[in-house]
Design a binder for this molecule. Structure first.
Ligand code: HEC
Length: 316
């Protein structure tokens, strides 16, 4: 009967599917490798870790298996004061981002410097490593590259975290997971457009700003301000803390949902957070029966709220 048509049709279907998969999987990486990764791209991927979304190491999107970004003003090995530097700490077992796994996608020059001077091929996920972003000349141009500070300076992950302390540690990679999981992209974009957008939200990104980041969280539909450079407009941790606990505390008519549940059970001082009491007092405040809104609890160091705020404040 008409079986012949089915055979032809299914072959055509297989060919179309196969070639579109080829294009999707192979060609974008070819494009990416033809652009040099910018300093922004290196900082982004090193602070986010391997996957900024659903992954095998973090199937429930809890922010697990991510690096810690630390600010160091002393050498973690010797304890001597140094020029302040941002370092990305990958404790043993934390997966490396794409640029370290496939240096080719860093683009010409950045790849060469990272492999040569940066010694990134010596870094092993099994034993962990500390990375920094450094600069050097390549064919007459100054480029940023990834330096494996464990190989070049002898910095160990544990020592780097201890030298920084909690006040100088940021959970940016785990925070990006919160951003994706909580659907912030439903209202916010991370992509100012090449229009008047620029005047308020800041410059659109460059093509090379995303080499090695997977996936990006550009968003598509915008019901709220673009956040790519939000911390350049507002870098207040206190404001962010209040705004995430309940946006109406700082923006009376905000349609943004409250994210108080990201605070978890206990606050930074280890006290149980009494959400019912807080709501009751807040309702009194809204009704005009209290002069001040109730205090917002300080998020605990390991809370999801802390991770999210660290991520948002790194969007500069
Ligand atoms: C229902 C839509 C909606 C969702 C979902 C949402 N927001 Fe918002 N957001 C807004 C609106 C509207 C504003 C502007 C008014 C205000 O500041 O509350 C805003 C403001 C902000 C601001 C301040 C922006 C500026 O220019 O100063 C930040 C930061 C922010 N949101 C972060 C987040 C994060 C992070 C998430 C996810 C955890 C999130 N938002 C989820 C609607 C949303």
């Amino acid at each position: 009967m008409a079986f012949r048509e089915y055979k032809i049709g299914s072959r055509m279907f297989a060919f179309a599917l196969g070639s579109s998969m080829m294009i999707t999987l192979y060609f974008p990486s070819k494009d990416i490798a033809s652009v040099q990764a910018t300093k922004t791209a290196l900082n982004r991927q090193l602070s986010f870790g391997r996957i900024g979304g659903f992954s095998v190491e973090d199937p429930f999107l809890k922010g697990k298996g991510k690096p810690v970004t630390v600010f160091l003003n002393k050498d973690p090995k010797t304890g001597q004061p140094i020029e302040p530097v941002t370092a990305y700490v990958y404790p043993a077992g934390v997966p490396f981002p794409s640029g370290l796994r496939h240096p080719r996608i860093l683009g010409e020059g950045v790849k060469d410097l990272s492999l040569g001077q940066g010694r990134i091929a010596d870094a092993k996920e099994g034993s962990g490593a500390v990375f920094v972003v450094s600069e050097a000349g390549f064919n007459g141009k100054t480029l940023s590259y990834i330096e494996n500070a464990t190989a070049t300076r002898g910095w160990q992950p544990g020592e780097a975290v201890a030298a920084a302390g909690d006040a100088n540690s940021r959970y940016i990679g785990s925070g990006k997971i919160m951003f994706v999981r909580e659907g912030c992209w439903w209202c916010h974009t991370l992509l100012p457009e090449e229009t008047q957008d620029w005047q308020y939200f800041g410059a659109p990104p460059m093509l090379g700003d995303f080499n090695g980041e997977s996936p990006t969280a550009f968003g598509s539909d915008r019901k709220a301000p673009d956040l790519l450079h939000v911390a350049s407009r507002n870098s207040s941790r206190e404001w962010m803390t209040m705004h995430f606990y309940n946006p109406r505390l700082v923006q009376t008519h905000s349609i943004m949902p409250r994210y108080d549940y990201l605070w978890g059970e206990k606050d930074a001082a280890g006290n149980k957070i009494d959400y019912d009491k807080w709501r009751a007092e807040y309702n009194e405040y809204v009704a005009g029966k209290r002069v001040y809104a109730p205090e917002v609890p300080q998020p605990a160091a390991e809370s999801e709220a802390r991770m999210l705020i660290d991520f948002v404040l790194a969007l500069k």
